[in-house]
Design a protein around this ligand. Structure first.
Ligand code: LLP
Length: 385
């Protein structure tokens, strides 16, 4: 039996909970991203933070993408999976000396630098190695991404990047840093951005900043527009692949690039999200005073997004064709926030039924924890099951 793209019979035999990855969908998604970026000569660095599962990374690396990392261990994971260091960018507000040294030793493509003290430390550490560190400065453009406040990064109140009012000073300081080569400017305003028109004011800001840099006689080889493209959590079957064509076309249309300038992107979620599903079993169906609870063997330790961001993941019972009934679907963790959905219609559910939580390929497996001494979820793949 299959339900949608799910090989129910094969999944039934596996101990739950686990992540299941549709490798065909991931391949299709990667192909479209490649086609759409190629049209404009754009370069895509996959944001490793979304999912650092080794097989997923290897596939993405083998398709020729670069990597966007935010820790030394992500840089190592990228290199181990086959991403060439020359295609790695490294962001993050708190890079330690150890992480910076690692990246310098590997000769990564570019540090996305977020503050003056960081710039000074990279200069010093590169100097000690007799190297020239390639950097882009991350600029906080104060543009609202209209997404959840926890995943908004481009406002003045956020900790990320250089504020616009500091740029003149940064340009001054850069002149004195002999072991830094300024390559580009970097922007990332937030994640799960569903209304892509918010990127228009961002492009406008970038165009103004380009004039500023030009007036300072600074040539930027690249502009990095970050990631953020949202996906359809409500209806993953209708929209398994986000509209990359419209997304990249928007930047092509709105950015005023200088000669030879290349635009880079760091998409994470939109690449991997719809390929991943959390597969879990019903441990108990419990009738409460006013509600009926479906208690799963997966909890917030396996998929924390609903508890942390009030995020919605579509839930389906792939074992049942019975009429619909209303449930709160919860995990076994000793926290009241361990709830996936409330007052939710599912095919009538019994102990042992397999439920799936959709669109869990991004910020799912990678954010799993061992709270309550639980095991980390395993992963299985459509091409090897
Ligand atoms: N570049 C930078 C500098 C970032 O901070 C991020 C995400 C990305 C790229 C990739 O963004 P994406 O294309 O995936 O939207 N855990 C949250 C999302 C946190 C995003 C953090 N930064 C969630 O589960 O919704």
């Amino acid at each position: 039996m299959t339900k949608g793209n799910f090989p129910v019979d094969k999944l039934k035999g596996i101990e739950t909970p686990f992540y299941y990855y549709d490798m065909e969908l991931l391949k299709k998604t990667l192909k479209i991203v490649k086609e759409e970026t190629k049209k404009y000569g754009f370069i895509q660095h996959y944001a490793i933070k979304a999912n650092a599962n080794k097989r997923i990374l290897e596939l993405i690396a083998s398709e020729g993408f670069g990597a966007d990392c935010v820790s030394g261990n992500e840089v190592k994971a990228a290199v181990n999976a086959g991403f060439p260091a020359s295609k790695i960018v490294f962001a993050g507000v708190g890079k330690t000396d150890k992480e910076i040294n690692l990246a310098l030793d590997l000769n990564i493509f570019c540090f996305n630098v977020e503050s003056l003290p960081e710039l000074e430390v990279i200069n010093e550490l590169a100097g000690k190695k007799g190297k020239l560190a390639q950097v882009a400065i991350r600029i906080n453009p104060n543009v609202d991404a209209h997404t959840h406040e926890y995943i908004t990064t481009g406002l003045n109140e956020n900790k990320f990047g250089f504020g616009l009012e500091h740029l003149e000073n940064v340009v001054e300081v850069l002149k004195s840093l002999k072991h830094i080569k300024l390559m580009g400017a970097h922007f990332h305003i937030g994640s799960q951005i569903e209304d892509i028109s918010v990127f228009e004011p961002l492009c406008k800001k970038v165009n103004e900043l380009q004039d500023f840099f030009e007036a300072q006689d600074i040539k930027l080889e690249h502009i990095n527009m970050g990631g953020g493209l949202g996906i359809d959590y409500e209806d993953p079957d209708k929209n398994p692949i986000p509209d990359f064509a419209d997304y990249f076309a928007l930047f092509h249309k709105n950015l005023k690039l200088r000669d030879g300038q290349i635009v880079h992107f760091e998409l994470g979620r939109s690449i991997v999200c719809q390929s991943g599903t959390l597969v879990t079993r019903t441990t108990y169906v419990k009738r409460g005073e006013t509600k009926t609870f479906v208690i799963l063997d997966a909890g917030m330790t396996d998929l924390i997004r609903p508890a942390l961001y009030q995020a919605y993941h579509k839930v389906e019972n792939i074992s049942s064709d019975l009429p619909l009934a209303k449930y709160d679907v919860v995990g076994p963790i000793c926290e009241s926030s361990d709830v996936f959905v409330k007052d939710y219609s599912l095919n009538e559910t019994r102990r042992g039924d397999i439920l799936i939580l959709r669109s869990a390929g991004a910020y799912g497996e990678i954010m799993a924890s061992q709270y309550n001494c639980r095991e980390l979820p395993k992963a299985y793949y459509s091409d090897k099951i």
